[in-house]
Ligand binder design. Structure first.
Ligand SMILES: O=P(O)(O)OC[C@H]1O[C@H](O)[C@H](O)[C@@H](O)[C@@H]1O
Length: 323
């Protein structure tokens, strides 16, 4: 457990061998979840953002840019939370303000069914500030549980409640903007999204239908797959690793890689880093979610990294997608 000053004891929930609270200046306090062997997850309170997920060999599974900028800018990599707006679909800053706010530890969250095997988890909460309410005049409580499973799986459960007292509903779009670390984007394929309809952000959000083959990457991609299946696999040939992404309550899945030109134009991203990342983002984009006062919405992201022995078409996609 990190040393805490007498005036700022760690929140009670954090007194556990599976959790560590690390203080750092400039809004960079973080919580570390520890699992078996070298499995771990790091969460920054700024943005309520997962910034690291390591497997039991201590290998990093998420991409974080070497040029990522410190608060108050959003942090390039890990799992930023896009809320209450995805992308530019509204009047707020790109991807909304939640990724740019200091979240708090939620000491006393309402009960959430827990798998008793999961010992390492933390609950965070975000409520709007006075300034947030000027931009987006809705009162809400956003609870986020981040859990590291016994086998090294990572899950994020978001619960958003409308706490407006004026009787007004609100609507929002949302994404878990997950940056996966991959060996070489040209050798990666995504299974589960073939034949899906998508909106192409690079073509004025026009609607297209994906062809029958697994998705591979040869140039910039920025697509919102609509009503995507609850399980998507990212197969990294070179690493012989497959990420299995599961989602609940989140109908869409955004797939993004900026490729070389956009990479060069991004201040907080290395020129060649596009080769080593892929964003697959469980999301609710096409149809905003509407909550009446007192109503709560729940969305869940599940991530696991499994060894895949893929070699020249040997992998059975059905096995990956359906267990
Ligand atoms: O640079 P950011 O604001 O973090 O956004 C990065 C990317 O996020 C999503 O994947 C969007 O679909 C892209 O259009 C956007 O470029």
């Amino acid at each position: 457990m990190a040393a805490a000053t007498p005036h700022s004891p760690p929140p009670p929930q954090l007194s556990s061998p599976f959790l560590e609270y690390i203080r750092a200046p400039g809004g960079l306090d973080k919580v570390v979840l520890r699992g078996r062997r070298s499995c771990s997850v790091e969460i920054r309170l700024f943005g309520g953002q997962v910034t690291s997920w390591k497997n039991d060999h201590g290998e990093e599974l998420l991409f974080v840019s070497s040029k990522a900028i410190k608060p108050p800018k959003p942090f390039r990599g890990g799992i930023p939370i896009c809320f209450p707006q995805f992308g530019t679909q509204g009047n707020l800053e790109q991807h909304g303000f939640a990724r740019n706010r200091l979240w708090a530890i939620d000491d006393n969250p309402p009960p959430l069914p827990v798998n008793p095997a999961i010992k390492a988890f933390v609950d965070l909460i975000l409520k709007p500030s006075e300034d947030d309410l000027k931009m987006w005049p809705h009162s809400f409580e956003f609870r986020l549980r981040i859990a590291l499973g016994a086998g090294g799986d990572l899950s994020l459960t978001s619960r958003i409640r409308n706490t407006n007292t004026d009787g007004r509903p609100f609507s929002y779009t949302f994404a878990f903007h997950t940056y996966f670390s991959v060996s070489d984007i040209s050798e990666v394929r995504v299974e589960g999204l073939e034949t899906m309809d998508y909106l192409d952000n690079m073509k004025g959000k026009e609607r297209f239908t994906e062809q029958g083959d697994a998705i591979v990457f040869e140039s910039e991609v920025d697509k919102v797959y609509l009503a995507a299946p609850s399980k998507v696999a990212i197969i990294d040939h070179d690493m012989r690793r497959t990420f299995v992404v599961t989602k609940e309550g989140l109908p869409d899945a955004v797939v993004w890689n900026p490729w070389d030109k956009k990479a060069k134009a991004m201040q907080d991203f290395g020129d060649s880093e596009y080769k080593h990342m892929l964003c697959v983002e469980p999301a609710a984009v096409e149809k905003p979610i509407t909550l009446k006062p007192g109503e709560e919405w729940k969305g869940r992201l599940g991530l696991s990294a499994v060894p895949s022995s893929y070699c020249s078409g040997q992998l059975d996609p059905l096995k990956v997608l359906h267990g």
